[in-house]
Ligand binder design. Structure first.
Ligand SMILES: CC(C)(COP(=O)(O)OP(=O)(O)OC[C@H]1O[C@@H](n2cnc3c(N)ncnc32)[C@H](O)[C@@H]1OP(=O)(O)O)[C@@H](O)C(=O)NCCC(=O)NCCS
Length: 218
C-alpha cells in the first residue's frame, strides 16, 4: 500500500481520511493513511486517530521518503493564499495520490489528474476531466464532457451539468446546480443551494435561484 499524508486536518482532511479507511474496509488496500501535516495542531498530537507528523512546509522532506500526499487546504475566501502555500511546497505530480472511493461511478474515459479525490457515491459522466488536486465531495454529480480545473472544491450533492468549464480554485457549494455549457472563472464560488444559469467571472461569489452576484472573494 502507498503511504498517504494529508495536508490539513478537521474538515476535508478527516472526511477524506475516513473515506480511505472505508475503502480499505471494502477491500481496496491501495492507500494507508499515516497522518497529517498541519500548522495548527501540535506535532505528535492526534487528529481523529491519525498523528500530526509535522508542519505543512515539511512536505518535501516526507516526499523524499516516498510518502504521497492529498492536499485538503481549501477555503472560499483565501483560496489563492492556500494555493500559493501548496505550490511553495514544490511537490511534483508523482508525489500526489489520486483517490477514487469504490462506491463512486466514474465513466471509463474520464481523465483524473494527480491529487484529485473522488468521494463516495460521486458520479462522473463520460468524457469529463478532473483537474489536479480537485476534491469532489460525497454524492456530487459531474456531467459529461465537463472540464473541472485544478484545485476546485465541489461540495457534497452539487450537480454540475455537461460541457461546463471551471478555472483554478473554484468552489461549488453544497447542493448547488450548474446548467450545462457555462464557464466559471478562477477562484469563483457558487453558494450552497444555488441554481446557476449564467457564467461567473473570476473571483466572484454568486448565490440563489436563479443565481445572482453577491460579492467578490476576499
Ligand atoms: C455564498 C457564501 C460563500 C456567502 O458567505 P458570506 O459572504 O459569509 O455571506 P453571509 O453569510 O454574510 O450572507 C450574506 C447574505 O447572503 C445570504 N446568503 C448567504 N449564502 C447564501 C446562499 N447560499 N443562498 C442564498 N442566500 C445566501 C445570507 O442570508 C445573507 O443575506 P442577508 O444579507 O439578506 O441577511 C456562503 O453562504 C456559502 O454558500 N458557502 C458555501 C457553503 C458550502 O457549500 N460549504 C461546503 C463545505 S461544508
Amino acid at each position: 500500500m502507498e503511504k498517504i499524508i494529508i495536508l490539513g486536518g478537521i474538515g476535508n482532511g478527516t472526511v477524506i481520511a475516513q473515506a480511505i479507511v472505508d475503502a480499505n474496509n471494502r477491500g481496496s488496500n491501495e492507500y494507508e493513511i499515516v497522518g497529517y501535516l498541519n500548522d495548527r495542531e501540535e506535532v505528535g498530537s492526534s487528529i481523529e486517530g491519525f498523528p500530526v507528523l509535522g508542519k505543512i512546509k515539511e512536505a518535501s522532506n516526507f516526499a523524499k521518503q516516498g510518502y504521497k500526499f492529498i492536499n485538503t487546504l481549501y477555503r472560499i475566501d483565501g483560496q489563492q493564499e492556500r494555493l500559493d502555500l501548496f505550490q511553495s511546497l514544490e511537490l511534483v505530480d508523482s508525489d500526489l495520490a489520486i483517490f477514487v472511493h469504490p462506491t463512486a461511478f466514474v465513466a471509463p474515459n474520464v481523465e483524473i489528474e494527480p491529487g484529485a479525490v473522488i468521494m463516495p457515491y460521486v458520479m462522473i459522466s463520460a468524457g469529463a476531466m478532473i483537474g489536479k488536486g480537485t476534491l469532489i465531495m460525497v454524492g456530487a454529480s459531474i456531467g459529461h464532457n465537463t472540464k473541472l480545473g485544478p484545485y476546485n472544491h465541489i461540495a457534497a450533492q452539487a450537480v454540475v451539468g455537461a460541457y461546463i468549464e471551471t478555472g483554478i480554485g473554484v468552489h461549488i457549494g453544497l447542493n448547488a446546480t450548474v446548467r450545462e455549457n457555462l464557464v466559471i472563472g478562477d477562484h469563483a464560488t457558487l453558494g450552497m443551494g444555488a441554481v446557476l444559469t449564467k457564467n461567473i467571472n473570476q473571483k466572484e461569489i454568486w448565490i440563489g435561484n436563479p443565481a445572482i452576484f453577491l460579492r467578490n472573494v476576499k
